[in-house]
Write a protein that binds this ligand. Structure first.
Ligand code: FRU
Length: 558
C-alpha cells in the first residue's frame, strides 16, 4: 500500500518532457510546462557542455548555463529552478560524428519536471563532519564571516554539474563550524561575468551607506576581463543585492581576482588585497565603493611556479601574515598555500622572510584556496581550506558532489629557531564531536597519538589498502604515503608521499579521518598535512610503532 502510494506521488510530481524542437545539427529549443518547480536535467559527465539560455515570456534571457546534457547515459540529475522560465534555447557543442544526431540524445527522454529534488546523500566517500555542498561541484571557500553566533560559508559552486562551470556563490551556515545547513544560492552570474572568489565583511558603522551592520560581499566578476564588484545584504547574509555602480575596481591584467577585504583600525579604512598574476595589490577605501591603489607585493618573494590566487592578510599578535594560494607550484605538485610573515602599515606589506624562502601552510596535497573568517569571535582567526587539488579535483571518485572543505583551523604564530612559523590548530569545536573511545579506527574518527620518538603508523583495511605515516625524530620530519591507499588510478598525480618538517620534536599527533580524508596535525599546530584517500572499505586496522594511540569515534550531535 505504502509503495503504491509512493509510486502515485512520484507519477504525479515527476513528468516526462516532450516539447523539444530540434532545429539543426546543434540547436534545439524546449518549451517549458508552466507550474512546475524544477526541470531535472540529465547529466553525462564525459560529454561536452551544452549552452542553455533560459528565456522568459518576453523572450528575455533570465539566465545562461552550461550543462553536460546526457547523450547516451545518465550519470545524475541537476535541478533547474523554473521560476519565470518559458523556453530553453540549447546549443550543443560536441562532435556529431561521435555523438550522433541530437534528436536521439538521452537527455530528451530522461528530462523530467518535478516539484522536489532529492539531495539525500548517495556517496560513500562523502565526509560527515566536513562541509560539502548538497550536490554539484565546489571549489574555493568565499565570503567567510561570523555574525550573531552564525558562521557563514559561501563557496564557488556549480549547481548544474559536478565539474567546474557556471560559477555562483553557494551558501551554508553553522553555529559550531561542524554542523552545516545549506542555504539558497547567494550570488548568480550577470553580464559582468561569472561570480568568482571573494570575501564578505560586516559594515558595523555603515561606511558604505547600505545600512548599519549590512553584510557586504566583494567578488570578482569574471567576464571578458576580471573586475571587482560588490553586493550588499541587509538580512544578515541571506540575500544579496548587487551594487548599481559595479565594477568598483578595474585593472589591465588577465589575472586580477579574489578580493579579501579587511578593516585597518589605525587608518579607519577598509583595505583589500587582490591577486594579480604573481603579485598581490593593496587598495584602500572609506566606503567600499571608491578604491585607491596603495602598493604591490610579491616580486622575488616566495614561490612563483604558478598563478597567485586567493590572498588574505591577518594580524596575529604584533605581526601580520599574508596567506597566498598558488597553483601550480605546490611542494608535491599542483595547488598549495604559502604564507609570508611581516609588517603591514596600512599602505604596504613588508616581509621579514628572505626573498627566496617559501613557507607552506599545509604540507598535504589537498589544501587550497585557504582564507579566513572575518569578525571571528574572541579575536579568533579561523581558516578554511578547499580540500582538493586542481590537478585532479574534477576526477576524484564521487559524482553527486565534488568536493569538501578541510577542517576549520585556528591560526597562531610561534617562533622556531628565531623564525616565525604559522600554527594551525584544529578549531576547538571539533572536540565536541568526540563520542566514545573505540579500539579500532572507523570512517569518522580522531586518533590522538602520544609520540615516543621515531614512529611508524599504518592505517589499513582487510583489502590491504593502507596509508603509512612516518615520523623521524632525528630529522624532525613527518610523511604520509598514500600510494596504496585504495582508489588512486583516477589521476597520475594522485598517488604520492607527502613530507613535512615538524619544526621541533613532535610529542603528539592528531589524525582526523572522515571517509575520504586524513588530516594530520602536530600537537602544537606547527605542522599540518591534509590528504584525500579513497579506500574501498574503511581503514579499521591501526599499527603503531613508537607511539600510543587513543581513538575517538566522531559523530555530529544534531
Ligand atoms: C582558485 C580560483 C580563483 C578563482 C576561482 C574560480 O581556485 O581559480 O582564483 O576566483 O578559483 O572558481
Amino acid at each position: 500500500m505504502k509503495k503504491l502510494f509512493a509510486l502515485m506521488v512520484m507519477l504525479m510530481t515527476v513528468a516526462g518532457v516532450k516539447a523539444q524542437m530540434v532545429l539543426s545539427d546543434n540547436h534545439a529549443m524546449l518549451k517549458l510546462e508552466q507550474g512546475k518547480k524544477y526541470l531535472l536535467l540529465p547529466v553525462q559527465e564525459k560529454e561536452e557542455n551544452a549552452s542553455i539560455a533560459v528565456l522568459d515570456e518576453r523572450n528575455e534571457m533570465v539566465m545562461r548555463l552550461n550543462v553536460k546534457l546526457a547523450v547516451d547515459k545518465v550519470d545524475y540529475f541537476v535541478p533547474l529552478e523554473l521560476k519565470q522560465a518559458r523556453l530553453l534555447d540549447i546549443i550543443f557543442h560536441g562532435d556529431r560524428r561521435t555523438t550522433g544526431a541530437i534528436k536521439d540524445f538521452a537527455c530528451w527522454r530522461e528530462m523530467k519536471y518535478s516539484n522536489s529534488f532529492d539531495t539525500t546523500n548517495r556517496e560513500r566517500f562523502r565526509p560527515v563532519y566536513h562541509h560539502t555542498p548538497l550536490y554539484g561541484w565546489m571549489n574555493d571557500p568565499n565570503g567567510l564571516f561570523y555574525k550573531d553566533g552564525v558562521w557563514h560559508l559561501f563557496y564557488q559552486w556549480n549547481p548544474y554539474g559536478s565539474q567546474w562551470e557556471n560559477m555562483t556563490w553557494g551558501h551554508s551556515t553553522s553555529t559550531d563550524l561542524v554542523n552545516w545547513t545549506a542555504q539558497p544560492t547567494a550570488l548568480q552570474s550577470d553580464w559582468l561575468g561569472a561570480v568568482f572568489s571573494g570575501s564578505a565583511i560586516v559594515d558595523k558603522n555603515n561606511t558604505a551607506g547600505f545600512g548599519k551592520d549590512a553584510v557586504i560581499a566583494m567578488y570578482t566578476s569574471a567576464g571578458a576581463s576580471q573586475t571587482q564588484s560588490i553586493a550588499y545584504s541587509t538580512d544578515g547574509g541571506r540575500t544579496f543585492t548587487k551594487y548599481a555602480g559595479n565594477p568598483v575596481i578595474t585593472f589591465n591584467a588577465p589575472d586580477f581576482r579574489d578580493p579579501k577585504v579587511f578593516w585597518y583600525e589605525p587608518r579607519q579604512c577598509w583595505m583589500v588585497i587582490l591577486a594579480v598574476g604573481q603579485e598581490v595589490h593593496f587598495y584602500s577605501s572609506k566606503n567600499l565603493k571608491e578604491w585607491k591603489f596603495e602598493s604591490a607585493f610579491g616580486r622575488q618573494y616566495g614561490n612563483h611556479e604558478g598563478v597567485w590566487e586567493c590572498p588574505d592578510l591577518v594580524q596575529l599578535g604584533e605581526k601580520w601574515v599574508l596567506i597566498l594560494n598558488i597553483n601550480p607550484g605546490g611542494p608535491f605538485g599542483g595547488s598549495a598555500t604559502q604564507y609570508f610573515v611581516g609588517q603591514f602599515d596600512g599602505h604596504k606589506f613588508t616581509c621579514e622572510d628572505e626573498p627566496g624562502e617559501t613557507k607552506w601552510m599545509d604540507y598535504g596535497k589537498d589544501h587550497y584556496a585557504t582564507v579566513t573568517f572575518h569578525n571571528g569571535p574572541e579575536g579568533r582567526i579561523v581558516a578554511l581550506p578547499w580540500m582538493s587539488n586542481w590537478q585532479y579535483g574534477g576526477a576524484v571518485p564521487t559524482l553527486q558532489f565534488r568536493s569538501a572543505n578541510g577542517l576549520p583551523r585556528d591560526l597562531g604564530l610561534t617562533t622556531v629557531n628565531g623564525e616565525s612559523i604559522l600554527t594551525n590548530t584544529p578549531s576547538k569545536e571539533l572536540l565536541a564531536l568526540r563520542s566514545k573511545k573505540v579500539k579500532t579506527p572507523t570512517d569518522a574518527c580522531e586518533i590522538v597519538i602520544d609520540v615516543k620518538g621515531t614512529m611508524e603508523l599504518t592505517l589499513m583495511n582487510s583489502k590491504g589498502e593502507r596509508v603509512v605515516m612516518n615520523y623521524d625524530s632525528k630529522k624532525q620530519t613527518f610523511s604520509m604515503d598514500r600510494t596504496k591507499s585504495g582508489e588512486v588510478s583516477f589521476s597520475e598525480a594522485f598517488p604520492c608521499v607527502t613530507e613535512a618538517p615538524t619544526f621541533g620534536p613532535m610529542k603528539q599527533l592528531r589524525l582526523f579521518i572522515d571517509h575520504s580524508s586524513i588530516e594530520a596535525f602536530e600537537g602544537e599546530g606547527r605542522m599540518v598535512m591534509t590528504n584525500l584517500v579513497f579506500p574501498s572499505e574503511p581503514y579499521n586496522i591501526i599499527k603503531v610503532k613508537g607511539g600510543k594511540a587513543t581513538i575517538y569515534s566522531l559523530a555530529l550531535k544534531k
